[in-house]
Structures are given as C-alpha cells and as structure tokens.
Design a protein around this ligand. Structure first.
Ligand SMILES: *[C@@H]1O[C@H](CO)[C@@H](O)[C@H](O)[C@H]1NC(C)=O
Ligand SMILES: *[C@@H]1O[C@H](CO)[C@@H](O)[C@H](O)[C@H]1NC(C)=O
Ligand SMILES: *[C@@H]1O[C@H](CO)[C@@H](O)[C@H](O)[C@H]1NC(C)=O
Ligand SMILES: *[C@@H]1O[C@H](CO)[C@@H](O)[C@H](O)[C@H]1NC(C)=O
Ligand SMILES: *[C@@H]1O[C@H](CO)[C@@H](O)[C@H](O)[C@H]1NC(C)=O
Ligand SMILES: *[C@@H]1O[C@H](CO)[C@@H](O)[C@H](O)[C@H]1NC(C)=O
Length: 478
C-alpha cells in the first residue's frame, strides 16, 4: 500500500521539481540567444556582460528581465555617456531572435555598437518596445520596416542611419512613440506618418530633413511632444499645428529655415511647457496671445527677426528665457522675468536693454545658473548682482557700458562661476585673483590696469586695456 507514493504526492514532487528547475535555469533558447549576442561583443571594458555565463540562470544576468516563467522578456543595457569605458564594442548578433518572448530591447549609449538595422527584430513576434539609442548603427532603414507593425515604441535616436525615412513607417499604427532624432535621415517627412494616430511623441530632430513641415497635425489627437529641431525645414509653421493646442507640451522647431510670422494660435496652447523657435527666420511681432501662455517654463525665440512690441506675459514663473538677437528694444528686463521665483537661465543678449544694472533687483537669485545680457546698453555695476547669486555658472555681459572697479567684484557664494565675459565695457581697476578658478574669461577692451593674476588664459582675454601687464601680456615694469 505504501510502496508507491500517492499520486497527489507525486504531483507535488513534480511541482517542486518544476519550480526549482524554473528558478535555476532560464530557457535554453534564451540562454543560447544571449550568449550569441555576447559573442558579437568584442570589447566590454567595464564588464557589463560579466555576469552572462553559460550554465547560470540567464534571468539573473545583468540587464535581463524574465516575466513569463523562465522566458526572457526584456533586455536592457546602459552605458554612461561620460564614461567611454562603459561602452560596448561590436555588433548586434542575429542570435537574439531566439528570444521568442522578448517584448522590449533597451540599449542606451552603447556608443560602439555598429552594423546595419538589426533585421532580427522582424523575427521577434512579441516585441513591443525598441530603444536602440546612441549606438553607431548605420545605413538605411529597411523598406519593409512595417514588419514591426506591432510595435508600441520605436527609438533609434543618436545613430548614423541615413537615407529617407521609409514610407512604410506609416504601417506602424500602434506606435505611441517614434524617435528618430540625431541621425542622418534626408529627404522630406513621409506624409504617411499621419497614420500614426496614437503618437504621443514624435521626434525627428537633428537630421538632414528638409522641405515643408507637412500640414498633417490634425491627425495626432494625443501628441504631446514634437521636435523637428536642427534640420533644414523651410516655409511657415503649418496651420494644422493649431489642432495640438489642447495637449502639446513640447514644441521644438529651432535651428531650421522656417519663416513667416509666429502664428497667433500658439497662444492657445494651454499645456505648453517648452517652446523653442530659435535660430530660424521668423519675422513680425510676437503675438499678443502669448500673454495667455501662463504655464510656459522654457521659451526660446532667440536668433530670429522678431520686432517690438514684446507682449506682456502673465506666466506664473519662467524657468529659462532666451530672446537674444532679434530686433527688440526691451529697454528694461520685463517684470514678469524679474519676478520669476524659479528662473535659472536668462538670455537677453542684443535685446535693446538700457538701464543701470545696480537697479535690477530680481525677486530671486538663488536658482540663477546663466545670465547673458551681452550687446546691450547696460550701465552701472554687476557687483551687487554677482554677490547676490549663489550658484551662477555663467555671466556674459560683453559690449555694454558697465563701469565699475573690478577689484570689488565678488564671485557667487558657492564658487560655481566658470564663464565670465565682461569684454568691451568701461571697467577699471585690477583683475582680482579669484578669476584663476574660471574656465573662460574675457575682460578685453576695458580700462583695466596692473599685474594680471596667475591664470591659464591667453593674451586675447586681456587685450585692449589701459595698462595690464604680466603673463600672458608683456612683463610689468617695476
Ligand atoms: C570604439 O571603436 C573605435 C573604432 O573601432 C575604437 O578605436 C575605440 O577604442 C572604441 N572605443 C571603446 C571605448 O571601446
Ligand atoms: C490607439 O489607442 C487607443 C487607446 O489607447 C486604443 O484603443 C487603440 O487600439 C490604439 N490604436 C492602435 C492602432 O493601436
Ligand atoms: C486669452 O484667452 C482668453 C480666453 O480664451 C481670450 O478671451 C483672450 O482674448 C486671450 N488673450 C489674448 C491676448 O489673445
Ligand atoms: C532651444 O534649443 C537650443 C538649441 O538646441 C537649446 O540650446 C536651448 O536650450 C533650447 N531652449 C529651450 C528653452 O529649451
Ligand atoms: C555682498 O553680500 C553680503 C551678504 O548678502 C553683504 O553683506 C555685502 O554687503 C555684499 N557686498 C557687496 C559689495 O554688495
Ligand atoms: C573677447 O572679447 C572680444 C570683444 O568682445 C572678442 O572680439 C574676442 O573674440 C573675445 N575673445 C575670446 C577669447 O573669447
């Protein structure tokens, strides 16, 4: 009777065996696929793949996630941009197609991973998320990229892909994110992208795209992030962008060849957080409707041909503002800027500012990192301002009428200052020794005098003063 274990005990034993087997080892296909990938990596100086050892459970390896039993579902490998030692060198082995349950590939900053578009992706039926960013893949995207029609997100940002964006991308209708930024794509934006109605993010920035921006934006009811920066787009902002008013958060069209007026309708973009139209050929006035952009945090309209008057804004607090190098005559720094309690970057170079710097009393200076007020007619002294900042990193005030004794200059409390340009002003006195801690300095064309403190700056930084002497200028006469 007790010779054989009862059937239920047998089941229990089997069950435990199954559990243990499960925990001890990933599926052999997945292990083989991953080891195949590893053998395609020729250099791994920081040991990202050190834990990838045959015979150990691949679900425990660095970068591996198993969510369906013992099957690998995600592969995430990251390197630090600032640490070249953490890059991987090699190519993406086709053996990854053995990972039948893979739903996400996340490669970031692997920098030295090269090769053509990995067609093995076509053989992964469950794949939903592809992020192969900042690697060195090159060549054209395959014309049959629509074989990835199940994808939810595709990012190939920061590679070397070239040629046109294939028209068949229009078949990837489940996409919520499409990021092809930072490549060498050329030609126009395929109109078929308007089929991707579920996009929340569309980034085609930093490539060689040109032509007009298609007027197809009424097709994107949930688009929140749109970046077309750093391309060769020309023509005007298409009217259909107005359809994005309820939900758009980021709009970046900077560094193109766009012309015409900034459309009134942008003032209706209630959710807009960042608007970057810099380095284009926009002309005319900034629409009055901008006063309704009460939530804008980052506004960059610099390097265009915009003219006065600049509208009064009712923004709750701007974080970064750049209006430099248009044709504005602002006179004073606007009160909606001075009163911002969160501003960290203020750039109003060449904005027709004409006031005494001592009179400018920003309501907060704690967060300020950057202030650029070059090329204006600002008089007085920055001593009080710099003394009141805690963490200022850069102060540019070249080509103004600042008149003060440089010996009185007190650097920001936390010694964060790296860039200081006070060239072409009316500054007198000696250069304080505290400048030696800066990365960049320019005090040329002022009325400075006396011995230059020991520093690494070239003579150019000191040219055109009354009587500066000592290295890198000729020695002082004692
Ligand atoms: C990246 O690849 C280049 C060329 O193959 C090589 O010279 C360089 O050492 C590699 N960098 C790293 C960090 O492996
Ligand atoms: C778009 O998103 C909606 C809501 O999430 C979803 O029901 C629909 O199936 C999606 N369409 C496509 C083509 O994926
Ligand atoms: C701001 O928005 C309100 C409400 O939508 C509107 O009535 C007003 O005309 C707008 N202001 C400007 C200057 O466009
Ligand atoms: C606008 O784009 C320029 C160039 O990419 C960048 O330096 C700047 O920070 C951007 N401005 C904002 C407000 O994001
Ligand atoms: C610099 O700031 C300190 C503390 O806020 C203040 O006591 C001092 O008078 C200021 N010095 C100058 C020259 O503004
Ligand atoms: C210093 O400033 C002068 C005048 O603004 C400019 O011409 C020169 O190029 C600058 N030099 C450096 C090294 O930045």
């Amino acid at each position: 009777m007790a010779l054989f274990p009862s059937p239920s005990l047998l089941l229990l034993l089997l069950f435990f065996h199954f559990l243990r087997g499960n925990a001890a080892k990933c599926h052999p296909d997945d292990e083989a696929g991953l080891l195949g990938f590893k053998s395609g990596i020729t250099e791994d100086p920081s040991g990202i793949l050190t834990s990838w050892k045959a015979g150990t459970d691949c679900c425990t390896w660095n970068g591996i996630t198993c969510l369906v039993g013992n099957r690998v579902t995600a592969l995430s490998l990251y390197a630090q941009t600032d640490n070249p030692n953490s890059y991987l060198t090699g190519s993406i082995s086709p053996s990854l197609s053995k990972l039948r349950y893979l739903d996400g590939i996340y490669f970031h900053n692997l920098q030295n991973i090269t090769g053509l578009f990995p067609k093995l992706l076509f053989n992964l039926p469950r794949l939903l998320f592809v992020y192969i960013e900042n690697c060195k893949l090159y060549g054209r995207l395959p014309a049959n990229i629509d074989r990835l029609s199940q994808l939810d997100a595709l990012s190939l940002e920061g590679n070397l892909f070239s040629g046109p964006i294939p028209a068949s991308i229009s078949k990837l209708t489940h996409l919520t994110q499409l990021n092809l930024g930072g490549n060498l794509f050329s030609g126009q934006i395929p109109l078929g992208i308007s089929q991707l109605k579920n996009l929340t993010m569309l980034r085609l920035d930093r490539s060689l795209l040109l032509g007009k921006i298609p007027d197809f934006f009424s097709s994107f009811p949930v688009l929140a992030i749109l970046s077309l920066s750093y391309n060769g787009f020309s023509g005007e902002i298409p009217p259909s962008i107005s359809a994005l008013a309820p939900q758009l958060i980021y709009l970046e069209l900077d560094h193109n060849k766009l012309t015409g007026k900034i459309p009134d309708f942008l003032g209706r973009f209630k959710a807009l957080d960042t608007l970057n139209l810099s380095w284009n050929g926009f002309s005319g006035v900034v629409p009055k409707s901008f006063s309704n952009l009460t939530k804008i945090f980052n506004l960059d309209l610099s390097h265009n041909d915009l003219v006065d008057p600049f509208p009064e804004m009712y923004v709750k607090g701007i974080e970064s503002l750049d209006l430099s190098y248009n044709h504005f005559h602002l006179g004073k720094i606007p009160t909606w800027v001075t009163s911002s309690s969160i501003i960290y970057s203020l750039k109003l170079a060449g904005c027709g500012l004409k006031f005494k710097l001592d009179d400018w009393k920003p309501s907060q200076t704690y967060f300020y990192d950057y202030i650029d007020i070059s090329d204006n007619e600002i008089s007085g002294s920055p001593v009080g301002l710099l003394n009141s900042t805690d963490y200022l990193v850069g102060f540019w005030a070249a080509r103004n009428q600042l008149k003060f004794n440089m010996e009185n200059l007190i650097f920001p409390k936390e010694q964060t200052l790296k860039y200081l340009d006070l060239s072409r002003n009316l500054i007198s006195g000696k250069i304080p020794s505290s400048v030696s801690g800066l990365q960049k300095l320019n005090v040329s064309y002022n009325h400075l005098c006396g011995q230059i403190p020991a520093s690494k700056f070239s003579a150019e930084a000191f040219f055109g003063n009354d009587c500066l002497c000592g290295s890198p200028l000729p020695a002082c006469k004692i």
